[in-house]
Design a protein around this ligand. Structure first.
Ligand SMILES: [Zn+2]
Length: 452
């Protein structure tokens, strides 16, 4: 019955070409043409519209966020970029952006915009309403800043900043063409919008672990909206999702540490004594969700009589054993060959069930004292409402296996490190001060600028 709740028909507005997998990871890969909901001819050069714009700044000195000056003074650096810019990407005569050549700055700009819009379209479908920017009181538009001198990516108050990695060949690999990374960052923006930001006295470590996990799940389910990726995934794995394939290697190959391996065996007891990196802390939760996704997929296959009860039981039993994937592969090879289209439908239904359930569950969470048990309880609640409670056993089993129901996470052991991108620049709001002191004249000036 959850299917009736979901309307994922995206208005076919404007065409973009997106790489489901970053080109430097898959040099043979071609960008896929996708439609996003922006009405045709509504997008201006940039691309830009009333909600967001891409800026390719010239001479930008540093990423947005808090910075420490030479004398130890901390100052705040926020959009908008007011300096010089590279020439923007221009739409073609029909108003689309699918005519640009990969490797050009204009393609990168269009790719970044198209990817953000593509992910928002998907998740606005799951939420059933538009995602309002959490910084909407201060900025109308998200500034998507292309900043290859930055070796990370971050989404924060009014900005989504996309850096680059230096490849082995010495060439820059911009994150503007890395769909996983963009989708992950949009995931953070979605969570800020849906849940909000805790106060210093109500924040738990699990809030940050949850954020990373949710951002990864946004990316994981979004990438499954590319037809070419779904086809490739099924052809390679024949539906045995625990085998080595593009989905559970997801992110590991993204050339960036921020996206975790969704298929992992980390339990929450690993953090009973404390934690120091929110990406590590996110793994038990992401792992539980990935396992739920695979179990739901198996249920969908059973419903369609595409696999037998015995194969499903065997798959369940072997899912924790990497060597088990090989044992079960022949059963999947045979079943998949009989009805590849049935497998595809089952996979898309598992994707959409989880996307819908997550959006609904996240919408019920509070940022204050957030913990993984609350996430599990919301998911159970949503499953009862949307699905007659059909997957209660699956959800409980997987949260239980991760020990999410009985382990308490210890304190943070180390201050946030360089890898951390969930702190400072991301969770800062104009009300925040980096230290118990008044904002400097320059900071107040910057904040005054951004209101305009
Ligand atoms: Zn992140």
């Amino acid at each position: 019955m959850w299917r009736e709740t979901l309307d994922l028909r995206i208005n076919k507005g404007t065409k973009f070409r997106l790489f489901p997998q970053a080109p430097f990871l898959d040099p043979q890969g071609e960008p896929e043409t996708v439609w996003v909901s922006s009405p045709v001819r509504s997008l201006r050069p940039g691309p830009s519209d009333h909600r967001m714009l891409v800026v390719d700044p010239v001479g930008k000195p540093r990423p947005y966020g808090f910075h420490r000056g030479a004398r130890g003074n901390v100052h705040l650096y926020l959009p908008p970029w007011r300096g010089e810019r590279q020439p923007p990407a221009e739409p073609n005569e029909e108003g689309h952006f699918d005519h640009l050549d990969p490797g050009t700055p204009q393609f990168e700009a269009a790719h970044a915009f198209g990817a953000v819009r593509f992910v928002l379209d998907i998740w606005e479908g799951y939420f059933g309403h538009p995602v309002a920017w959490h910084f909407g009181r201060d900025y109308d538009r998200l500034e998507i800043s292309l900043f290859p001198y930055f070796d990370n990516a971050q989404a924060g108050f009014g900005f989504l900043e996309l850096g680059a990695d230096l490849g082995d060949d010495g060439k820059l690999q911009p994150f503007s063409s890395n769909f996983d990374i963009i989708a992950h960052e949009v995931g953070h923006l979605i969570i800020y919008s849906a849940i909000g930001i805790p106060h210093p006295d109500t924040e738990e470590g699990e809030y940050y672990g949850f954020h990373e996990s949710a951002a990864d799940l946004v990316a994981l389910l979004s990438v499954l909206h590319f037809d070419s990726l779904v086809d490739g995934l099924l052809e390679n794995s024949r539906g045995n999702l625990y085998t080595y394939n593009r989905l559970n290697r997801f992110g590991e190959l993204s050339g960036n540490d921020q996206i975790r391996l969704a298929s992992n065996a980390v339990k929450l007891s690993a953090f009973a004594d404390g934690w120091s990196d929110e990406h590590d802390l996110s793994e038990p939760l992401t792992g539980a969700m990935f396992d739920i996704f695979v179990d739901v997929f198996h249920e969908e296959l059973l419903d369609r009589a595409l696999i037998s009860d015995e194969v499903e039981d065997l798959a369940d039993e072997l899912e924790r054993h990497p060597e088990g994937a090989d044992l079960i592969q022949p059963f999947f090879d045979e079943a998949y060959a009989e009805n590849p289209e049935g497998f595809r439908q089952a996979l898309l239904d598992a994707r959409d069930y989880l996307g819908l359930a997550l959006a609904r569950a996240w919408g019920r969470l509070s940022p204050h004292h957030l913990n993984y048990v609350d996430v599990g309880s919301s998911l159970l609640e949503v499953d009862r409402e949307l699905n007659g409670g059909r997957y209660q056993r699956i959800i409980k089993k997987n949260f239980g296996w991760r020990e999410i129901d009985f382990v308490t996470v210890g304190p943070r052991l180390l201050p946030p490190g360089k890898r951390s991108h969930a702190f400072s620049a991301r969770t800062l709001t104009p009300e925040d001060q980096p230290a118990p002191r008044r904002l400097s004249y320059r900071e107040r000036w910057l904040l005054a600028q951004q209101g305009g």
